[in-house]
Design a protein around this ligand. Structure first.
Ligand SMILES: Cc1cc2nc3c(=O)[nH]c(=O)nc-3n(C[C@H](O)[C@H](O)[C@H](O)COP(=O)(O)O)c2cc1C
Length: 337
């Protein structure tokens, strides 16, 4: 079985659990005079207007199974006018059969916003080649040192990544996003990426799909004791707040509309979901996936109305209440609330 199909199989086994979004409460707003009709989810992101502040984040491509999943995801993304990222295109750079599996995704997306994905070991030439394979509207570069180091066939040398990102950003004429894959972006990574000036920073923190478990399932001798490795999505967002990153993307463990609202209140412009969408298209017919999407959009608007927010950016004003564990993190790290 290919690595891509292994990842899908193992990700589908993971149940959604409690995570740091449960440690954040939002101050209610009982006297807010909001009218549900006036609530809009419209979101400006990387130069386009989308119908909601959510996106389908990078997952897959390159195999027959991945193609089918991407086709369903693309149907959702184009129907609901939300961005969609495909999984790493590294296989498509090596192999025409793998590259062909992306053709239908672009054709279903039509002119909708499709994002390509590669690792930071690649230079601008490969990024341009990957971009062309799907006629990408933006590119993501993923940072995943721990995943690579657990992966039996993974990279073990991360030298030159900062220069690669700097050079790609300077030469690429579509937006560049840099993301983690579920271990969170730390203060050094966040500051460096802000200084380089990449167009979007996706913290992709701990709390959802767990690549330690996915790669451990592919190893003969699993790594133990890495259970609390990484920053949660909420912790990464808290670290990002003082940096005033213009386009901050929250992903990792987003399970519901309320999690999306909390991520937006913590400063995100866009919220990415991977595991949630994978299970949606795996478990449901396209018709029933559409019904769940309608419910998701409706709940987002209703929660915003309850909080007195008529647009997603209003949520940044909502006061947050943290539980003792997160408050301890905030104090230890001396983050201004
Ligand atoms: C099956 C699967 C494959 C993934 N492959 C990629 C990938 O190729 N590139 C990437 O940047 N992230 C990849 N990811 C990571 C996601 O983009 C995301 O960062 C991570 O799953 C956390 O989000 P979640 O908790 O909503 O799943 C993958 C995730 C899943 C579930």
């Amino acid at each position: 079985m290919s690595r891509k199909d292994d990842h899908i199989k193992e990700a589908l086994k993971q149940q959604s659990t409690t995570n740091d979004f449960d440690r954040v409460r939002l101050m209610p707003n009982a006297l807010n005079e909001c009218s549900l009709n006036s609530v809009s989810l419209k979101t400006q992101f990387l130069g386009r207007t989308f119908d909601a502040p959510i996106m389908i984040n990078a997952m897959t491509g390159g195999t027959a199974q991945a193609e089918l999943i991407n086709e369903k995801l693309a149907t959702i993304a184009s129907s609901y006018n939300i961005p969609m990222a495909v999984g790493s295109l590294s296989g498509a750079l090596k192999n025409d059969a793998s590259a062909k599996t992306y053709d239908s995704v672009r054709s279903i997306m039509n002119n909708a916003f499709l994002i390509g994905n590669l690792g930071a070991e690649h230079g601008i030439k490969n990024v341009e080649r990957a971009r062309k394979k799907i006629d990408a509207n933006a590119m993501q570069i993923h940072l995943n040192p721990l995943q690579e180091l657990i992966m039996p066939e993974g990279d073990t040398n991360f030298k030159g990544y900062i220069n690669n990102i700097r050079d790609i950003h300077a030469k690429l004429d579509i937006p560049l996003i840099v993301k983690e894959v579920g271990f969170g972006l730390d203060p050094h990574a966040l500051k460096t990426l802000k200084e380089i000036g990449v167009d979007g920073i996706d913290v992709s923190g701990r709390g959802g799909t767990d690549f330690k478990r996915i790669e451990n399932a592919r190893r003969d001798i699993p790594f133990n004791d890495l259970n609390n490795y990484g920053l949660s999505t909420v912790e990464s967002l808290l670290e990002a707040r003082p940096l005033n990153i213009q386009t901050l993307i929250a992903s990792g463990g987003v399970r519901s509309p309320y999690d999306v609202i909390k991520a937006l209140s913590l400063g995100a412009t866009m919220v990415g979901l991977s595991g949630w969408f994978l299970k949606l298209v795996h478990n449901e017919s396209v018709d029933s996936a559409f019904k769940q999407m309608d419910v998701f959009f409706d709940e987002l608007r209703r929660i915003m109305c309850a909080l007195g927010a008529t647009k997603p950016t209003d949520l940044r004003q909502v006061e947050k209440i943290y539980d003792a564990e997160l408050y301890n993190y905030i104090q230890q790290r001396q983050i201004k609330k």
